[in-house]
Design a protein around this ligand. Structure first.
Ligand SMILES: [Zn+2]
Ligand SMILES: [Zn+2]
Length: 341
C-alpha cells in the first residue's frame, strides 16, 4: 500500500508502507476520500501548523471517509463493505473535560494527522489504516464517499455556531469564505440566523459563499468601510487572519459575541483590548468539535446539508503533491480531496 508522508517543509513523498491489521475492537479501513485542510497545507508548505512543528515524517489527513475492509474480533458497530465517516478525534473519555461533554478539550487528546504530540499521531492520507470501531460512523443511502469526508469540516462549522450561542433572528458575519467559512454559513442557516454575511479577500470564495446560502458578501478591501461599522450580533473569524479578527471586533454590535475559529500565525499580536471592554464583547474560542461530528454525519447522510458545491476536485493519492498545490490556490478551489483508485 501507499502512504503520503511530509518529511519536512515542501518535501512530501508518496511511499510504500506496510498494510496494518486490525486487533480486537479495531477496524481496517480503505481510504474513500480525504479532504486537504488548511492545517495539512501549513504542514506541507511551512513544515509547521501554528506551534505544531513537523519533527518526523508525518502522514497528514484528518478529514476522511473510508470503506470497511476487515474487522477485528468483537467489532459490532460496522461490517465489511460499510461506507463510514472517520472521526479523527481520539479523546480519552476519562478526564474531567471528556466527562463534562467537551472532548475537544481532552487533556489526553490524540488527534489524527497532527504534530501536536511527539511521536506524531499519523493521519489518514494512506491507502489503508486501522481505527478503533468507536471512530467509525457507518451510513447508508447514496451519499458519496467524497461528501462523507466533509463530516469533520462540517462539524467544525456546527461547533463554531454552537459556541456563538442562540442564532434565531440574529445577524452574523463570517470572515473567510473557504470550506470552513462556507460550512459555517450552512450551520448558521440551520440554526436560524436571519442574515448571514461573509467577507473574504478574494472574489471566487465570495461567489462560492453566495452559492451555499450567504445573504450578503463583503470584499475585505473594497468594502472596508462596511466592515468597520458595528452591525452584527455575532461574528466568526474563520480565516486565521489578524486583520479579519480586527474586522470582527469592529463590526460586531455592542454586547455582541466574537468567535475565533481560525488558527492565526504563531506570533504575539498587537491587540487593542479596550474595544472588548467598552463594547462588553464576549471573545470566545471554538476548537474542533465534540458531539457535532455525530450531527454532521447525520446532516450529510440525509443531505439536509448538501456540501457538493464545495468539492472542487479529487486526485489519486499518488498525485498528492499536485493536489496540495491545487488546494492552496484559493482563486481556483475550495475543497480538494485525495482518493484511492
Ligand atoms: Zn481540518
Ligand atoms: Zn479526555
Amino acid at each position: 500500500m501507499l502512504a503520503c508522508r511530509i518529511h519536512s517543509k515542501e518535501d512530501l513523498r508518496v511511499e510504500p508502507a506496510e498494510t496494518p491489521s486490525p486487533g480486537p475492537g479495531e477496524v481496517l479501513l480503505k481510504l474513500g476520500a480525504g479532504g486537504i485542510c488548511g492545517s495539512d497545507l501549513h504542514y506541507y508548505f511551512e513544515g509547521r501548523n501554528g506551534s505544531f512543528v513537523v519533527r518526523e515524517p508525518l502522514i497528514p489527513g484528518h478529514e476522511a471517509s473510508a470503506v470497511v475492509a476487515a474487522i477485528g474480533s468483537g467489532v459490532t458497530r460496522v461490517k465489511v463493505g460499510d461506507k463510514v465517516a472517520v472521526s479523527p478525534s481520539h479523546a480519552c473519555g476519562r478526564c474531567d473535560y471528556c466527562r463534562d461533554g467537551r472532548e475537544q478539550l481532552c487533556v489526553n487528546m490524540r488527534f489524527l494527522g497532527s504534530a501536536s504530540l511527539f511521536p506524531h499521531v499519523q493521519g489518514m492520507f494512506r491507502e489503508y489504516f486501522v481505527m478503533g470501531e468507536r471512530q467509525c460512523y457507518a451510513v447508508s443511502g447514496d451519499v458519496s464517499l467524497g461528501e462523507l469526508a466533509f463530516a469533520e469540516p462540517l462539524a467544525v462549522g456546527l461547533h463554531a455556531v454552537n459556541r456563538g450561542g442562540e442564532l434565531m433572528g440574529k445577524s452574523v458575519l463570517i470572515t473567510g469564505a473557504g470550506t470552513i467559512g462556507c460550512v459555517t454559513v450552512m450551520a448558521a442557516r440551520l440554526a436560524g440566523a436571519a442574515k448571514v454575511t461573509v467577507s473574504d479577500i478574494l472574489d471566487r470564495p465570495l461567489e462560492q459563499a453566495k452559492r451555499v446560502g450567504a445573504d450578503a458578501v463583503l470584499h475585505a478591501q473594497r468594502d472596508a468601510e462596511a466592515l468597520a461599522k458595528p452591525q452584527f450580533d455575532i461574528t466568526y473569524e474563520v480565516s486565521g487572519s489578524f486583520a479579519a479578527l480586527k474586522s470582527c471586533v469592529a463590526a460586531v454590535k455592542r454586547g455582541g459575541v466574537v468567535v475565533q475559529v481560525g488558527t492565526l500565525p504563531h506570533e504575539p499580536l498587537p491587540f487593542v483590548v479596550n474595544e472588548i471592554m467598552a463594547k462588553e464583547l464576549d471573545l470566545r474560542g471554538a476548537f474542533r468539535w465534540g458531539i457535532e461530528f455525530d450531527w454532521a454525519v447525520r446532516y450529510l447522510s440525509t443531505r439536509r446539508v448538501d456540501v457538493r458545491p464545495l468539492l472542487s476536485g479529487q486526485y489519486p493519492l499518488q498525485d498528492a503533491v499536485a493536489a496540495f498545490v491545487a488546494a492552496a490556490d484559493k482563486t481556483k478551489t475550495t475543497k480538494v480531496q485525495l482518493v484511492c483508485a
